[in-house]
Design a protein around this ligand. Structure first.
Ligand code: NI
Length: 432
């Protein structure tokens, strides 16, 4: 009896021990995970800040991170402020100057890398910049601190550079000091960019290699904010512009779109494309879509069949003379559609579900606010590319839409993405 009890006690003891060990090991994993998260979130209570300035001579759109640590923020702010001031000085001799800065963040051990992607048409020399911050010391530091072996690193660089670039370029690159390198980390790859070269190139040399080659992978916690953003499900919309083209305002809109890797659809009037061939050709080259808005903005529900056909054919012929391509979409003026218009249309009829009323308000903020407040995946947005206020509205809304995870595509692309086959004579207001 006693012996059995002893055995039972022993069994219980070992069971507890096992359970404790199990719990301890579990606890350890949880602890490490939470520590990692804490460490990242401590530094990364990040607020995305924007500076938007528009002047006669320039347009500035800067995104930069604000983290919890004031000293770290000062380093970031100082760089942004200095760059911006230099840009404004340069823009005095440069009409239509633009500056766009975006960023990504990476944490490696106690180091934070802020990588700025810079688009600046007044400064061909530098297109990006990385700032490495030691978050224990709260000061700017060098790449030397987190690479395994500086010599080995230099050898990898030398090898990659000489293989990738011609002799004279390689020589210039290898003149740079390790502290001059701008670095970025993305998808387990380490990118080294060589700005500030003595020779003039129309590109900035960059090489990349696996992180594992230069950093002890066990030691690092990479947190890439941009990657996190990419995980968000993509949303797609089509911005559309009617009644153009107009040399000044249409070109301004195209500039903004290109700068933000975005596309749109322009429903043009035949009687305006005659005098704006360059704008049409530029649109085509960039990949924007061009549809018909008739020749003379005629209300097609009030036209007879001859007038109807003439409105569409003359526009198509002109378009074909300029681009060797054919019109594929129609936006009926005033959005006026009836069975006559549908039955006789050789094109799909593209209407909209978000009407900005930009022609009525002529107010950039109202227009951009309306879009930002109402837009959702699959929407078609109506604007007019003949107003300066609309061009301004596009400058405000496009970077913000991209920021919110929208991809801006053409009407045909949007239909394709949503698996909708466009049919002639059918009305489309949205694709969702
Ligand atoms: Ni119109």
């Amino acid at each position: 009896m006693n012996k059995t009890k002893d055995n039972e006690k022993l069994f219980k003891f070992f069971s507890y021990l096992l359970l404790c060990l199990l719990l301890l090991s579990l606890f350890k994993i949880v602890y490490e995970t939470s520590d990692y998260t804490k460490k990242v979130t401590n530094e990364s209570i990040i607020i995305k800040k924007q500076i938007y300035e528009n002047d006669k001579n320039y347009n500035i759109n800067i995104f930069y991170p604000k983290v919890k640590n004031v000293k770290v923020n000062n380093i970031i702010n100082e760089y942004i402020t200095n760059y911006k001031n230099d840009f404004i000085k340069r823009s005095k001799n440069n009409k239509n100057a633009f500056l766009k800065i975006d960023y990504s963040l990476t944490f490696i051990k106690d180091y934070l890398i802020v990588y700025f992607n810079i688009k600046d048409n007044t400064n061909q020399k530098r297109i990006n910049k990385s700032i490495i911050i030691d978050t224990n010391e709260n000061k700017e530091t060098s790449i030397k601190n987190f690479i395994k072996n500086e010599k080995e690193f230099e050898l990898i660089i030398k090898d990659k550079v000489t293989k990738k670039y011609a002799n004279d370029i390689s020589k210039e690159i290898l003149k740079l000091n390790i502290n001059d390198y701008d670095i970025n980390i993305k998808d387990n790859y380490f990118y080294v960019t060589f700005n500030d070269l003595e020779i003039n190139l129309n590109y900035v040399p960059t090489i990349n290699f696996k992180i594992r080659d230069i950093i002890e992978l066990d030691d690092i916690a990479v947190f890439n904010e941009v990657e996190n953003n990419d995980i968000k499900q993509k949303k797609y919309i089509a911005l559309t512009f009617d009644d153009g083209p107009n040399k000044k305002t249409t070109n301004a809109i195209i500039d903004t779109l290109s700068l933000n890797d975005s596309k749109a659809t322009f429903f043009v009037l035949g009687n305006r494309i005659k005098y704006n061939k360059e704008v049409i050709l530029r649109q085509k080259a960039i990949g924007n879509e061009i549809g018909s808005h008739t020749y003379s903005h005629k209300n097609l529900t009030k036209a007879n069949l001859n007038e109807y056909n003439e409105e569409l054919n003359s526009t198509n012929i002109l378009f074909n003379e300029i681009t060797s391509d054919y019109i594929k979409l129609l936006r009926p003026p005033y959005g006026a559609v009836n069975s006559f218009v549908k039955e006789n249309s050789p094109y799909p009829l593209i209407l909209w579900d978000i009407d900005t009323l930009d022609w009525m308000s002529l107010n950039a903020k109202k227009v951009s606010d309306h879009v930002l407040k109402n837009v959702k995946d699959g929407d078609i947005v109506l604007m007019h590319d003949i107003y300066e206020s609309t061009a301004e509205a596009v400058k405000i809304m496009v970077p913000e839409l991209k920021e919110r995870g929208f991809e801006l595509v053409t009407v045909s692309q949007l239909a394709e993405i949503k698996n909708i086959k466009l049919e002639k004579g059918k009305v489309y207001r949205k694709f969702n």
